[in-house]
Design a protein around this ligand. Structure first.
Ligand SMILES: *[C@@H]1O[C@H](CO)[C@@H](O)[C@H](O)[C@H]1NC(C)=O
Ligand SMILES: *[C@@H]1O[C@H](CO)[C@@H](O)[C@H](O)[C@H]1NC(C)=O
Ligand SMILES: *[C@@H]1O[C@H](CO)[C@@H](O)[C@H](O)[C@H]1NC(C)=O
Ligand SMILES: *[C@@H]1O[C@H](CO)[C@@H](O)[C@H](O)[C@H]1NC(C)=O
Length: 492
């Protein structure tokens, strides 16, 4: 059991310390680096757009260690995941996360390099980010047999507080058939060549050379360009508007129950005209369903689960297929899964919503550990069950601990927007169960970590349940006894 993954979240700079770093800090560091090259690749998708930016950095001062990555205002608002690594390494670098530091029309992340660079020292920094809500269906409506196409909108140039010798931006569509893309004008200051070239599914902007420090309103107003790319997208565009996950830990039943209440939205183009079932059936038969018609959803659930259930507003849905994988050692758990294919009662057409509940049980031992030296239990609960390519707009993860649990610690893999504690009372509980609820927004496929909770359960609390059960039985016997007496007296 390694709660250290979750603990990393607590090691980040506290919010207040961040705010006080402020403007003077930003301007003080702005002369200490130069970008010898920036290469950005934007991978267009449905709800999620993955961006990889490589900064080849050269230090201009001795001891330069804090590098600022800046984002334009719109980009900052749509960036839901952000991670920086040194090229070729797996361990992410420490970054100060939200709230981002606003600075002259941009927002900055501070990335701590592992060690200070000397003058002319170089390093390659790879920044991965995931954007949400940057695409929309275009045209907005499509008939049952139309293809699905989306538009992506964003800013072109990578902004930086440092001078940039050269930068290049590649926008990669999922397929070579790109309907249209912007070729911006007015970049003559940075290039004498073609601004945009398309080759197969990739549009390359630049290279642009000799860009002065660009993280300022003045630069943005003069030089930043807005681009639009219109492309075909052959997969469903899924948005989870709301996910409520409840994980209930039961020592008494040695069980971990996970239930998900899901509001799903098909964010593809809305259906034009009426839904024709005959046409739908023939398209399904020939496997030619348009991607904006979703007949089923596939989930990767943890190994070792049992008693999976799935119901919607109309009751149980039996047309689901579950392929189980047995429990396996914890170390391998992230790589193996059970597969559940849900088939709603009707196909989900573009613009439609679908509300359903999906739950399962699993042996508590698969996700729990006990440290005898501290008396602490550690239980891990996944933040979400990722639906590939989907964004989760609002998520609340509630973890219900055993009755009487004390010394509760919560270690999320990334900071939640809010964290709340309360007491949850169910059947046969006497003092109620402590619970913690974490809320998140805009979760992506990168947000697949585990929340670790640690707690103690005093012996007296272990006895609460048997006590409650025996009292309940006692009452039952008494009632039965009285009933029998009454019954007897009646029959006399
Ligand atoms: C750093 O590189 C520049 C240009 O290549 C060179 O002029 C300068 O002398 C170098 N400085 C040091 C301290 O190596
Ligand atoms: C749904 O199925 C579960 C178990 O499979 C059962 O306990 C429950 O009563 C069913 N509910 C409805 C509304 O059919
Ligand atoms: C689906 O839900 C969204 C909000 O979550 C709402 O704006 C939209 O009108 C709903 N669509 C339908 C067809 O009910
Ligand atoms: C989530 O995305 C929505 C829509 O883009 C945005 O309004 C909201 O601020 C985002 N939330 C967070 C916490 O970034």
């Amino acid at each position: 059991m390694t709660p250290s993954l979750g603990l990393r979240g607590w090691l980040r700079l506290p919010v207040l310390a961040l705010a006080s770093l402020s403007w003077s800090f930003v301007s003080a560091t702005s002369h200490s680096f130069e970008n010898t090259a920036i290469v950005r690749t934007v991978d267009l998708g449905g709800s999620l757009v993955h961006v990889t930016t490589t900064y080849a950095i050269r230090a201009l001062d001795n001891g330069a260690q804090q590098y600022l990555v800046t984002l334009g205002e719109k980009e900052a608002h749509s960036t839901s995941w952000f991670e920086a690594k040194l090229k070729g390494q797996n361990e992410p670098l420490t970054i100060a996360t939200r709230p981002l530091i606003p600075h002259d029309g941009t927002y900055a992340y501070i990335v701590d390099l592992p060690k200070p660079l000397g003058v002319n020292g170089t390093v390659n920094l790879v920044v991965e980010s995931v954007l949400t809500h940057t695409t929309y269906p275009w045209p907005e409506k499509a008939s049952q047999k139309d293809e699905q196409s989306l538009k992506y909108e964003g800013d072109l140039l990578v902004l930086s507080p440092y001078r940039t010798a050269t930068q290049r931006i590649k926008v990669r569509a999922p397929a070579p058939r790109i309907i249209s893309y912007t070729t911006p004008k007015g970049l003559d200051a940075f290039t004498t060549d073609n601004v945009a070239t398309k080759s197969s599914a990739t549009i390359t902007y630049g290279p642009f050379s000799n860009i002065p420090p660009s993280a300022s309103t003045a630069f943005i107003e003069e030089h930043q360009k807005h681009i639009v790319v219109h492309y075909y997208f052959e997969h469903p565009v899924v948005e989870i508007t709301s996910l409520k996950r409840t994980a209930e830990i039961s020592h008494w039943g040695a069980n971990l129950n996970i239930q998900n209440d899901i509001d799903l939205h098909n964010a593809g183009p809305a259906l034009k005209g009426h839904f024709a079932r005959i046409e739908h059936q023939s398209q399904s038969y020939f496997n030619r369903l348009a991607p904006h018609i979703i007949p089923s959803l596939t989930f990767h659930l943890p190994p070792g689960i049992h008693s999976a259930y799935y119901y919607d507003l109309n009751g149980n849905v039996s047309t689901s297929r579950l392929r189980l994988t047995p429990s396996i050692p914890k170390a391998a758990q992230m790589k193996q899964y059970s597969t559940l294919e849900l088939r709603p009662r009707y196909p989900l057409l573009g613009g439609w919503n679908y509300t359903f509940t999906l739950g399962w049980d699993s042996p508590l031992a698969d996700s729990a550990g006990y440290d005898a030296s501290t008396g602490l239990y550690v239980v891990s609960v996944p933040v979400q069950t990722v639906i590939p390519g989907a964004v989760v707009n609002q998520a609340e993860v509630k973890i219900i601990l055993p009755e009487g649990a004390t010394d509760i610690g919560v270690f999320p893999p990334f900071s939640p927007l809010a964290q709340e504690r309360s007491t949850h009372i169910t059947y046969l509980d006497t003092i109620g169960r402590p619970s913690v609820a974490l809320s998140f927004e805009n979760l992506t496929d990168k947000h697949n970590g585990l929340i670790y909770v640690t707690y103690k359960v005093p012996l007296s609390a272990h006895l609460q349940k048997p006590k409650a059960v025996s009292i309940a039985f006692g009452v039952l016997f008494l009632v039965a006894f009285l009933a029998r007496r009454v019954d007897l007296s009646l029959s006399k």
